[in-house]
Design a protein around this ligand. Structure first.
Ligand code: NOJ
Ligand code: CA
Length: 672
């Protein structure tokens, strides 16, 4: 569907007499009429509630902020004015699950007077959910030190909820399936299904210069915002006038509706970069898995992974297989101290890695070098060097940089507090200056800033493939949980593609050395082979890695799926699924379609209608399916590749083994 650009902005000013402490209700309805927000000013306090199709989703929930010095924006509110507006437009992004996005909402701005400050509560209602933020203007000061945010999300019924616990330093945790009444703390996105059948997910959008929000249950069904503090206990240091991030509630009738929503992106400002021509989705391979499975090292020595020769071998493999780029972790100096008081250099290569030669070779072969800056969490050291380190990459012709923060921040700062948020943003902006995109590991959570900073390509921010290299690994349900939780915030560099699922080639290698405390000898990828292929489609990332060592791909028939796969899609749709159970996703890229379906521990048979294909067009469907006797535990490598011709009027029966998946490439048949 192509919509023409159309923008209406009507401002309707309705001034209510100040001084009135009578209860007042203001109502906002989404353009499609399904979602309703009511804002109540009652006894001088502000509350909001949310309905979908007449059913209460959030009961009256408190709003407000408190800052030091008597700046109390939580009570004694007087209504000074109210404005409404509405927008219906289409914007275009350089890359994304969908390149054209409709932004269609109604807005309500409630101007309140509080003690020594004005506060605007700005609400937006969309067909796929609601967002609101605080806009503060304090008098008689030039800065505000926030000590409390009172925002509540009070569920009207005990919903089933999928989340990870709140943690100011890591998101690499396993998901829980718990009722809200048993969820003590949660990071966002937290996804829920109410007994009345509404799916919702609470998160935030446009997180800048403010700590991340997590949730704590303070009463039976009341979740309250918690902000990761500075070491001195303050939550946020702000100027006298500032806006908080948007607090968001995505709403849908089906679980996949949350995935197909653009609410988070729509609550972010337009692109800040004038020239985006250098930003391009890519497929990559790299010197990476060998370290995680313990046969190579990041440090220099006999087992060093990132040698000039190996990087050139990876470039040759990439060139032969139509892969855009390579990564080589451990290319730089400083790895000896990783995990301690590390000081990495971002400008000096290790003696056996010739950066110039590798980049030049890549240029000749049409393969780009992806830089790697593991900081170990040493922010002051990285901030001193990042400009020079990024300039070096720019001079080498590179356009992409993976960063890492595996380690605690010095000085008691947490990863997810305002200090961290500021740092991660500085990196994005300095990178943009050097025409580099960012793939951040151990990042701050995604809140849709890619709309404004499209060089913020992808990030980790959940348990990725690495956990399968040196721990009991990610359970089969994890990959069908991520799309309904973590990925609602934005793309994830999960790095799918382990073909040697049982890690046979590394476990029996004379070079193997246990390097991680969590390695109990039972590491493996807990899926079937076809689920690894399906994850390239399902776990959306504009930089998509085939993460295994290249010898495990050479001559493997299933690697054809990655050769054909195009990470630069124009349109995506999650067709079916339930959190932690199964999912089916399709993406369209330059006339081809890629479908990924996968399941948790349970085997499943699904019927998928192909009505996403162009009507009247015949396609060659290349199907990579679990073999009938495949099973992630007992027979994970068994697969079957078949081909058939299909049209939009057809359906396909998809069999998924326990812990299995299926990947399909649809190529248009050109009739001569
Ligand atoms: C953790 C990252 O998630 C992983 O991808 C990387 O290999 C290591 N840190 C080392 O930087
Ligand atoms: Ca990590």
């Amino acid at each position: 569907m192509k919509l023409t650009h159309h923008l209406i902005a009507l401002a309707l000013c309705l001034v209510i007499p100040t001084g009135s402490l009578m209860a007042k209700r203001y109502k906002l309805t989404s353009p499609d009429g399904h979602n309703v927000v009511c804002v109540d000013i009652k006894g001088g306090r502000a509350y909001y509630s949310v309905w979908r199709d007449g059913k209460t989703v959030l009961a009256p929930s408190r709003l407000g902020l408190i800052a030091q010095g008597g700046y109390d924006l939580s009570e004694n509110f007087r209504v000074a004015g109210v404005e409404t507006a509405s927008v219906d437009s289409v914007w275009h992004q350089v890359w994304g699950e969908n390149k054209d996005i409709r932004e269609n909402y109604r807005e309500l701005s409630l101007h309140l007077r509080a003690r020594r400050a004005d506060l605007t509560l700005r609400f937006r209602a969309f067909a796929d959910g609601i967002g609101f933020r605080y806009e503060v203007a304090a008098q008689g000061t030039d800065s505000l030190f926030i000590t409390r945010e009172l925002t509540e999300f009070c569920l009207s019924e005990d919903a089933r909820a999928w989340s990870i616990p709140a943690d100011a330093n890591t998101y690499e945790l396993l998901y829980r399936d718990l009722p809200v009444s048993k969820t003590q703390t949660a990071n966002t996105p937290i996804t829920m299904r109410t007994p009345s059948g509404v799916y919702l997910s609470i998160h935030e959008a446009a997180l800048y210069d403010y700590p991340e929000m997590t949730l704590e249950r303070t009463d039976s069904l009341r979740l309250e915002a918690r902000l990761a503090p500075w070491p001195d206990g303050l939550l946020a240091r702000e100027p006298a006038r500032f806006n908080t991030p948007w607090r968001t509630v995505q709403l849908a009738d089906r679980a996949v509706g949350l995935i197909n929503s653009s609410l988070i992106l729509n609550l972010n400002p337009a692109c800040a970069l004038e020239d985006t021509s250098w930003i391009r989705p890519k497929k990559y391979v790299g010197v990476w898995w060998g370290m995680h499975v313990g046969i190579w090292s990041w440090v220099m020595g006999d087992r060093h992974g990132a040698t000039t020769e190996r990087a050139m071998e990876y470039i040759d493999f990439a060139a032969r297989n139509g892969i855009d780029a390579i990564l080589a972790e451990g290319w730089n100096k400083g790895w000896e101290g990783w995990g301690g008081n590390q000081e990495f250099s971002f400008t000096e290569a290790q003696a056996d890695f010739d950066l110039q030669k590798v980049c030049q070779y890549g240029k000749e072969k049409g393969v780009m070098f992806i830089g790697h800056h593991e900081t170990g969490g040493n922010i002051p050291s990285y901030e001193r060097q990042m400009d020079a380190g990024m300039k070096l990459l720019q001079d080498m012709g590179s356009h992409d940089l993976k960063t890492g923060y595996a380690g605690g921040f010095k000085g008691g700062f947490s990863h997810h507090g305002q200090y961290g948020v500021r740092h991660y943003q500085r990196v994005v902006e300095v990178a943009a200056k050097h025409r580099l995109t960012i793939d951040a590991h151990e990042p701050i959570k995604d809140t849709g800033i890619r709309r404004t900073w499209p060089n913020m390509m992808t990030r980790e921010g959940a348990r990725g493939m690495e956990w399968n290299g040196w721990s009991a690994g990610n359970p089969p349900s994890h990959h069908v949980m991520l799309p309904f939780t973590r990925l609602l915030s934005g793309p994830m560099d999960y790095t799918p593609g382990t073909f040697d699922l049982l890690l046979e080639s590394s476990k029996h290698s004379p070079d193997f050395k246990r390097w991680n405390d969590q390695d109990k000898g039972n590491a493996r990828a807990n899926t079937t082979l076809c689920k690894q292929l399906a994850n390239w489609v399902i776990l959306y990332s504009p930089l998509q890695m085939a993460s295994d060592m290249i010898e495990n791909y050479e001559a493997h028939p299933c690697f054809q799926f990655f050769r054909d796969f195009d990470p630069d899609c124009e349109h995506s749709e999650a067709l079916d699924g339930e959190p932690g159970e199964f999912i089916v996703v399709v993406r369209e890229a330059k006339g081809r379609f890629f479908l990924g379906a996968s399941t948790n521990e349970e085997s499943r048979n699904l019927t998928v209608k192909l009505d996403f294909l162009k009507p009247g067009q015949t396609y060659r469907a290349i199907i990579y399916a679990d073999a009938p006797d495949a099973d992630w535990q007992t027979n994970p490598q068994a697969y079957k590749i078949t081909e058939q011709q299909v049209q939009a009027t057809d359906s396909l029966n998809i069999h998924l083994a326990p812990g299995g998946g299926q990947a399909i490439t649809f190529v248009p048949v050109v009739r001569m």
